[in-house]
Write a protein that binds this ligand. Structure first.
Ligand code: FAD
Length: 434
C-alpha cells in the first residue's frame, strides 16, 4: 500500500497516522478532518478545559511540528462528502478528490439530539467539540461577563480561544443537564466548581444507569449532592422554554417547570456512519469491523467511536466510546496495513474525573451476578469487582488505582480470584489471584 487516507482527525485518526509511521510505513498519509483546530483531546472538554485549568495548546493530541516531521499531510477544515469505492477516492465538500489505496474511516460520533421542544433555543448546547465547550463555558460564566446575551453570542462561539482565567464566578447562572451519563456528571462537577447552580434531569431511576453498578451510582449521586447538585431522576424533559430567544426554563414530563439559564444535552452519542452507509459498507449501529479494524471492503478500515467491533472477552460486538478503544483500533488498522500480526485484544477501560474523584473502569459488567466491594465507600476510596460465576467481568474503582490496575490485569486471564477474601483490604491484591 503506497497511500493511506484517514477520514477524521480525532483520537483514532491521529493515533492511526502515528502508528503507521511508528511501524515503519513509508507511503503517503493524508489525515482529513472537518474541524479547524489542530487535533485535540476531547476528555478535558468536560473537565480541566471547561474549568479553565488547561488551555487548548495543552490538550493537543500532537504538537504542531509532529505532522510535518512525520510527513503526515494534515487537511483541517475539510469535510469528506462521499467515498467512491470502485474508483478508490474520497470526495471533499470543496469538490476536490483525494485518491486512496487504503482508507481509514475515523469519523467518530456526535451527540444525540433528542426530540425536545425548544432544543434549538440559544443557550442549549451539547458537548462534543472545543467549540461546543467554548459555548458552554461562555454560558456558565455569562452573568459575570455582562449578561447571557453577550458571552453566549455566536460571535464569541466562533473563535474557540482557550480560556485564560481560572473562570469567573458564574453568579446566578443555573445549568440544567439532561442526562446523567459520564459527560453530564463531569460537566455537573465542573459547573459547580465554576459557581453555577446545577440540576441534573435523568429519565432512569439512577445516575449512570446504563454503565455503572447501583452502588457506584448511589455513591456518585451522593457526592454530587454534597457539592450542591440537585437531581430530578425518573423524569424526562418535555420542553425547553425561552424568553426573547434565551433559555429560561426546562419543563419536565410531569409538568414541573425548573428555571434554567442554560441547558446541556448529554444523553449519549451516535456514530457518524452516514458516509459508510452511503458507500454500502456493512453497518449496524456503527460500521462493522473485525479485530484488524477491517470493514467488509478489504481496502477500507474503520476505527474508534464510529465502529461496532468484536469483543472477544465477552463473545459479542460492542460500540465503545473511549480513548483507549480509539487507540487500540488505530493500532489494529495500522498493523493490518503494514502487514504486521494483529495486536492482542486489549481489556476495554476508561476513566472519569469528577471533583477530587478519579474513577477508573475496566471491562463491562454486562451479565455479572455478584459484586464484591473492596475498600471504604463512605471514604470515597473503593473498588467494585463484578463477577459472573467465578469469572471477573469488570472493575469500577474510585480513587483506588491499585485495585483498578489489578482488575484490569486479571480480566481476560484464566485466573482464579479469591472472591471470599477480595473484600479484605489487609490482604495484598497479588495474593488474591492464582
Ligand atoms: P473523535 O475524537 O470524535 O474524532 C472524529 C473526528 O472526525 C471529529 O473531529 C469529527 O469532526 C471528524 N469527522 C467526522 N465526519 C467527518 C467527515 N465526513 N470529514 C472529515 N472529518 C470528519 N473517553 C475516555 O476514555 N475518557 C474520558 O474521560 C472521556 N471523556 C470525554 C468527554 C467528552 C466531553 C467527550 C465528548 C468524550 C469523552 N470521551 C472520553 C470519549 C472520547 O473522547 C472518544 O471516545 C474519542 O474522542 C473517540 O475518538 P474518535 O477518533 O473515534 O472520534
Amino acid at each position: 500500500v503506497s497511500n493511506v487516507v484517514i477520514i477524521g482527525a480525532g483520537h483514532a485518526g491521529v493515533a492511526a497516522a502515528a502508528a503507521l509511521r511508528q511501524y515503519g510505513y513509508g507511503g503517503a498519509v493524508t489525515l482529513i478532518g472537518n474541524e479547524a483546530e489542530l487535533p485535540y483531546q476531547r476528555p478535558p472538554l468536560s473537565k480541566g478545559w471547561l474549568l479553565g485549568s488547561v488551555g487548548l495548546d495543552e490538550v493537543l493530541l500532537r504538537g504542531a511540528d509532529f505532522y510535518a516531521e512525520q510527513q503526515i499531510t494534515l487537511r483541517l477544515g475539510c469535510t469528506v462528502s462521499s467515498i467512491d469505492r470502485r474508483k478508490k477516492y474520497v470526495h471533499l465538500s470543496s469538490g476536490e478528490r483525494v485518491d486512496y489505496e487504503a482508507l481509514i474511516l475515523a469519523s467518530g460520533s456526535r451527540a444525540i439530539q433528542p426530540a425536545i421542544a425548544g432544543i434549538a433555543h440559544e443557550g442549549v448546547v451539547s458537548l462534543r467539540s472545543v467549540r461546543d465547550a467554548q459555548k458552554l463555558r461562555a454560558l456558565l460564566t455569562a452573568r459575570a461577563g455582562g449578561g447571557p446575551g453577550t458571552a453566549a453570542s455566536p460571535a464569541s462561539a466562533a473563535s474557540p480561544a482557550a480560556p485564560t482565567s481560572a473562570g469567573l464566578p458564574a453568579a446566578g447562572v443555573t445549568l440544567a443537564i439532561v442526562g446523567a451519563g459520564y459527560v453530564g456528571l463531569e460537566v455537573a462537577a465542573s459547573a459547580r466548581q465554576l459557581g453555577a447552580e446545577v440540576i441534573v434531569i435523568e429519565r432512569e431511576p439512577r445516575v449512570l444507569a446504563r454503565v455503572a453498578a447501583p452502588a457506584m451510582s448511589a455513591f456518585l449521586m451522593a457526592e454530587h449532592e454534597r457539592h450542591g447538585v440537585r437531581f430530578a431522576l425518573g423524569r424526562a424533559v418535555a420542553a425547553i422554554e425561552a424568553d426573547g430567544g434565551l433559555v429560561n426554563a426546562v419543563v419536565l414530563d410531569n409538568g414541573r417547570r425548573l428555571a434554567a439559564d442554560a441547558v446541556l444535552i448529554g444523553v449519549g452519542g451516535t456514530p457518524n456512519d452516514a458516509l459508510a452507509q452511503a458507500a454500502g459498507l456493512r453497518c449496524d449501529g456503527g460500521v462493522l469491523v473485525d479485530l484488524q479494524a477491517r470493514t467488509d471492503d478489504p481496502a477500507i478500515y474503520a476505527i474508534g467511536d464510529v465502529t461496532r467491533r468484536p469483543m472477544p472477552l465477552y463473545g459479542c460486538q460492542m460500540r465503545l466510546e473511549s480513548v483507549p478503544n480509539a487507540t487500540e483500533q488505530a493500532r489494529q488498522a495500522a498493523c493490518a496495513i503494514v502487514g504486521r500480526a494483529a495486536p492482542a485484544p486489549e481489556v476495554p477501560w476508561q476513566w472519569s474525573d469528577q471533583y477530587d474523584l478519579r474513577i477508573q473502569i475496566a471491562g463491562h459488567a454486562l451479565d455479572a451476578d455478584q459484586q464484591v466491594v473492596r475498600g471504604d465507600v463512605a471514604a470515597g476510596k473503593f473498588a467494585i469487582f463484578h463477577f459472573k460465576g467465578e469469572q471477573l467481568r469488570a472493575v469500577e474503582a474510585v480513587n483506588a488505582t491499585p485495585e483498578f490496575m489489578a482488575g484490569r490485569q486479571w480480566l481476560g486471564k484464566p485466573l482464579r480470584i479469591d472472591r471470599a477474601r477480595l473484600a479484605e483490604t489487609a490482604i495484598p491484591l497479588r495474593q488474591l489471584a492464582a
